[in-house]
Ligand binder design. Sequence first.
Ligand code: SF4
Length: 320
Amino acid sequence: MSVLDVKDLSIYYYIGRGAVRAAEGVSFKLEKGEAMGLAGESGCGKTTVALSLLNILPANGRIVNGEIFVNGTNIVDIDESQMRKDIRWKVISMVFQGAMNALNPLYKVGDQIVEAIRLHEPDVFKREAKERTAKLLEMVGIEPGRADNYPHEFSGGMKQRALIAMALANNPDLVIADEPGTALDVIVQAQVLRLMKELKERLDLSMIMISHDLSLIAEICQKISIMYAGHLVEYGDIVKIFKEPLHPYTVDLIESFPSIKAEKQEMVSIPGSPPDLLNPPSGCRFNPRCKYAMDVCRKDQPQLAEASKNHFAACHLIKS
Ligand code: SF4
């Protein structure tokens, strides 16, 4: 049984002018101990999909279609109290974007982790929660005595580590890390990534890493999902996709990142900008920016098809 099996998931945000179709028809699977990167430009729906897995979409966000199976249970229809009791933080947890702002500046770091433990496991006594917090801090490389510090006494890297400790507080099966390298310098970023990789292997965690930075994803993940304008356009084995990307957007995305191994070359940017999801283009949403666009691309939305084993892409070129 997969830890996570997302089927045909669609999420809309309702605003005064209509429905923003933030994610449509998204499907992917994650097995135990597997890590998947979720990549794409800002606004492509990566974070929306992640928030839906914890049922913490903003108030105007709705899952309008699809199923999310977590260890075999469809969590789309379960009520908030069951979600809080059985799933959130216990089975799926999240390292939120922006370590600088994700901790409450008014509370000691250790107390925030103790609170996270007891909120989801009310039977745990405060003393036990404190002992677990000390072990969690040690596990992420923070001296346990620093539990009594306030967030402003931590460096950026320490705050990110504390958030990772908090995400692990209730022994989840799956951790979602939303842009874990944001606002960290490259050296600290590398340390945090190394830590996440070690923890993933040591605890046999499943992981979803959301990032627009493909090099971060390549460090940890075995699978990748590429999203464009709310659609999943390519998905599968990361080595295959990096070596032989099939969707023109994935090709452009990979080419827009520098490679330290390749010859020095001018950086390529993707022309145009992502569409307005209140009124997205018909057919393939990438068609206004795609140099291979054909008539069929402007009419029919391509479906995700298995081009080779563990490699799926949604593009009319693949069938023709
Ligand atoms: Fe380009 Fe058409 Fe493929 Fe979309 S379906 S990526 S427009 S070729």
